[in-house]
Design a protein around this ligand. Structure first.
Ligand SMILES: [Zn+2]
Length: 268
């Protein structure tokens, strides 16, 4: 009997190795069909996805999933397109949340994909920029933002709704940090979504930013937020996600990422 033991173990290990990953999921747990459907629905008519290839209408191709396993840091630095769905974005309806360490849904962005969507240079992005009068009843806040995907009209709708809210709510929109700004994210060489005119910062005076806070004695960055979830809901209804759902939080920051909201909806 003793002699059988190692053999049983070997058989067990072989069996484990032979269990295939679910065809629906990549190694990182992304639901492939839902993620592809969400991306196609978010930016209709611009590209197709067949197997592992994203093909743009001009014939350019990109890899959907390069199969590489990445650390949290690598996901931020050099993700493939599929990696953008690595974390499921929790909408405002989930209530107040303190994000887990490195849980950054929306901070993972494939830069080549965004350049193809919005333009690969400040000049190219500039062709699509327009000015939205933000909270026109409450002040003069012109915001430079892209007109692609109706982002400008969406921001106007948010503005209309917010300026009709009581002053203790609309104050969160006053003195906004702005929209278009071709720049890299502080401390990185990656372009901010502000570079594409697809992000907007609300009142800087109520902002909390992970980088301004020292980690606690366990190495965890303490979570801080002063933005009410009812404001977040206004943005989410128009396809924007909120930087207050990130471990590396940026609570004044909203960016147009309908694919993440659609993916969340499909994931339930
Ligand atoms: Zn921002």
């Amino acid at each position: 009997m003793l002699a059988m033991k190692p053999r049983i173990s070997i058989v067990f290990v072989v069996l484990l190795a032979a269990i295939p990953l679910s065809a629906a999921q990549g190694g990182d747990g992304v639901d492939q069909a839902d993620a592809k459907a969400a991306l196609l629905e978010a930016y209709p008519g611009l590209f197709t996805i067949s197997g592992n290839t994203v093909t743009w209408s001009d014939g350019a191709t990109m890899v959907w999933d390069d199969g590489k396993a990445r650390t949290a840091e690598e996901l931020i630095k050099s993700p493939d397109i599929e990696d953008m769905f690595h974390y499921v974005y929790p909408t405002a309806s989930a209530g107040d949340l303190i994000p887990d360490v490195d849980f950054d849904p929306g901070r993972i962005r494939n830069e080549a994909f965004f350049k193809k969507l919005y333009g690969a240079s400040a000049a190219a992005v500039g062709h699509h920029l327009t000015t939205v009068k933000w909270l026109p009843k409450l002040g003069k806040y012109p915001v430079r933002i892209t007109s692609l995907f109706g982002v400008d009209a969406r921001l106007s709708k948010i503005s209309n709704a917010l300026q009709e809210m009581p002053a203790d709510m609309s104050r969160f929109g006053l003195k906004p940090g702005g929209g278009f700004n071709w720049r890299v994210i502080a401390g990185t060489d990656q372009l901010s979504v502000h570079s594409f005119g697809a992000a907007f910062d609300i009142n800087v005076g109520y902002s909390d930013y992970w980088f301004w806070n020292k980690p606690d004695d366990k190495g965890r960055i303490p979570f801080k937020n002063r933005i009410p979830l009812s404001i977040v809901t206004l943005f989410e209804r128009q396809g924007f996600i909120w930087g207050g759902r990130w471990y590396h939080y940026d609570t004044m920051h909203f960016e147009y990422r309908p694919e993440l909201l659609l993916y969340k909806e499909k994931q339930g």
